[in-house]
Design a protein around this ligand. Structure first.
Ligand code: GDD
Ligand code: MN
Length: 394
C-alpha cells in the first residue's frame, strides 16, 4: 500500500543516512511509497538530504523528497502540516528524524489503519509492550506522563482510545484531516489533529518502544512546554472551567450552610461544619454529573453509586491530607504560607479534575489497542524486541 513518511527535521544531518536506509528496508518494495522531509535546518542537513535523495534515485530505491523552509512557520507542528498538505498518497506516517521512532513500524501503523478502517493510528509508548525509555531523565518522563493525563482529562471522548496523545509518531488517512482548521504551533501536532477538528476521528493505537536518539540532541525546550499549556488553553477550557466554577460555588454553599446552621439554628459549629461539608460534596457531585460530565454518563464502567463513592473518597482524602502537607511544606521550606496554600489549591484542583475525568467518568475504549489483523508474536514482539535492543543505536 502506498504511503508517504513525513519527517520534520531541524539540524538532523547525522541521522539522515541511517533513517533512510532503515525506511528503505521497511518500505522499499512498496509501490508508491516515499519519504518527505520537511526541513527547517540552519546547518548542512538539506545538502545531506539532497545527496541521499540523489543516491536513492540512482539506485531505484525508496524515493526521497524534501521541502526546505527558509522562513519556518509553526515550528515542528507547522512543518508536519506543511508536509501533510503535499502528500499524494492516501496514508501518511509522521515520525521523528532521529530514529527514536523505529522506522520498521511505519508500514505497520498505516496497514493497521487501512485494515481496521481507522483515520489515525497512534504509536503509543504507554500501552502494553510500549515504553518511553528514550525520554531522558526522570523529570521529563514525569512531565510527559502528567501532560498526557491532563490532555486526556480535557478531551475524555476524543482521546478515549489514545494513551499517548503527545507522541510524534502516528499514521493518518490524509483525507480525514481538515488541515486548514489546525493551528500548528510547537511540538504537539497529534493533539491538535485529534482535538481541533469538527469531527471526531476514528483512532487506534499500536505500542512501540521510544528508543534513544541515534545522533545529536533533543530540540524540546521549556518554551515548548509552555506552548503546550497555551495550546491546551486555546483548544478548550470548556469542561475544566465548568468543573472549576462548580468547585468555586461549592465554597459558597459551604459557608452559607454553616452560617444557617450555626448562626440561625444555633447548632454547634463543629457539627454545622461537618454537615456543611457533606451537603456541599453531595451538591457538587450532583451538579458535576449534570453540568460537567453528562455526555460521559453511561459510557464508563462505574455506576452511579460507585461514582458517588469515588468522588466522596477523593474529596475526603484530599481535604484530610492537604492540611498536613501544607504545614509540612511551610516548616520544611520556610516559604510564604499564602503562596504555599495557593499552589497547593491549584495542584489539588488539577488532581481532582484529572481523577474525575480519568477515573470516575472515564469512557471505555472503543478500539482494541492492538490490531487483530497482526499477530502479536510476528509483528509486534518482533519489532518491539528489535527496536528495544539491537536497533537502539547510541
Ligand atoms: N521542521 C522542523 N522544524 N523540525 C523540527 C523542529 C522545527 O522547528 N523542531 C524539532 N524538529 C524535528 C527534529 O529534528 C526531530 O526530527 C523531531 O522534530 C523531534 O524533535 P526532537 O528534538 O527529537 O524531540 P524529542 O525527541 O525531544 O520529542 C519527541 O517526543 C515527544 C514526546 O515525548 C517528539 O516526537 C515530540 O513531538 C513528542 O511530543
Ligand atoms: Mn527525538
Amino acid at each position: 500500500m502506498a504511503i508517504t513518511v513525513v519527517v520534520p527535521t531541524f539540524n538532523e544531518g547525522p541521522n539522515i543516512v541511517e533513517l533512510v536506509r532503515r525506511l528503505d528496508e521497511a518500505l522499499g518494495s512498496t509501490p508508491g511509497a516515499g519519504v518527505l522531509f520537511v526541513d527547517d535546518s540552519r546547518d548542512d542537513t538539506p545538502s545531506v538530504i539532497e545527496r541521499v535523495s540523489a543516491e536513492q534515485a540512482a539506485r531505484g530505491g525508496l524515493p526521497v523528497r524534501m521541502i526546505h523552509r527558509e522562513a519556518p512557520d509553526g515550528g515542528l507542528s507547522g512543518a508536519v502540516v506543511e508536509g501533510l498538505r503535499s502528500v499524494g498518497t492516501e496514508w501518511a506516517v509522521v515520525m521523528d528524524g532521529d530514529l527514536q521512532h523505529p522506522p520498521e513500524l511505519a508500514p505497520v501503523l498505516a496497514r493497521r489503519g487501512q485494515e481496521s478502517g481507522l483515520d489515525v493510528v497512534v504509536a503509543s509508548r504507554y500501552i502494553g509492550g510500549g515504553d518511553a525509555g528514550g525520554l531522558d531523565g526522570y523529570w521529563r518522563r514525569a512531565v510527559s506522563t502528567g501532560s498526557a493525563l491532563l490532555a486526556r482529562s480535557m478531551f475524555p471522548l476524543r482521546l478515549r482510545n489514545v494513551t499517548d496523545p503527545l507522541t510524534g509518531f502516528f499514521a493518518v488517512r490524509v483525507a480525514a484531516l481538515d488541515l486548514d482548521t489546525l493551528r500548528p504551533r510547537g511540538f504537539k501536532i497529534l493533539l491538535e489533529v485529534l482535538a481541533r477538528g469538527k469531527r471526531a476521528l476514528a483512532v487506534g493505537e499500536e505500542p512501540f518502544v521510544f528508543g534513544e536518539r541515534y545522533a545529536g540532541r533533543s530540540k524540546a525546550t521549556l518554551r515548548m512546554g509552555l506552548r503546550y499549556l497555551e495550546q491546551l488553553a486555546s483548544l478548550r477550557f470548556g469542561r475544566m472551567s465548568r468543573f472549576a466554577i462548580i468547585g468555586g460555588m461549592g465554597a459558597v454553599w459551604n459557608v452559607l450552610i454553616l452560617w444557617a446552621l450555626n448562626d440561625l439554628a444555633g447548632m454547634h459549629h463543629a457539627w454545622a461544619a461537618v454537615i456543611a461539608a457533606v451537603v456541599t460534596i453531595a451538591l457538587n457531585f450532583a451538579l458535576q454529573e449534570r453540568l460537567v460530565f453528562r455526555d460521559l454518563l453511561g459510557l464508563g464502567r462505574l455506576g452511579f453509586w460507585s461514582r458517588l463513592a469515588h468522588s466522596f473518597a477523593f474529596n475526603g482524602t484530599e481535604a484530610a491530607i492537604r492540611l498536613p502537607i501544607f504545614v509540612w511544606i511551610v516548616a520544611a521550606t520556610g516559604a510564604w504560607p499564602v503562596l504555599v496554600q495557593a499552589v497547593l489549591l491549584v495542584v489539588a484542583f488539577l488532581l481532582r479534575f484529572v481523577f474525575h475525568s480519568q477515573v470516575v467518568y472515564r469512557p471505555r475504549r472503543t478500539q482494541p489497542p492492538f490490531g487483530d489483523t497482526l499477530s502479536s508474536s510476528q509483528s509486534h514482539d518482533g519489532l518491539l524486541g528489535a527496536s528495544g535492543t539491537d536497533k537502539r543505536v547510541q
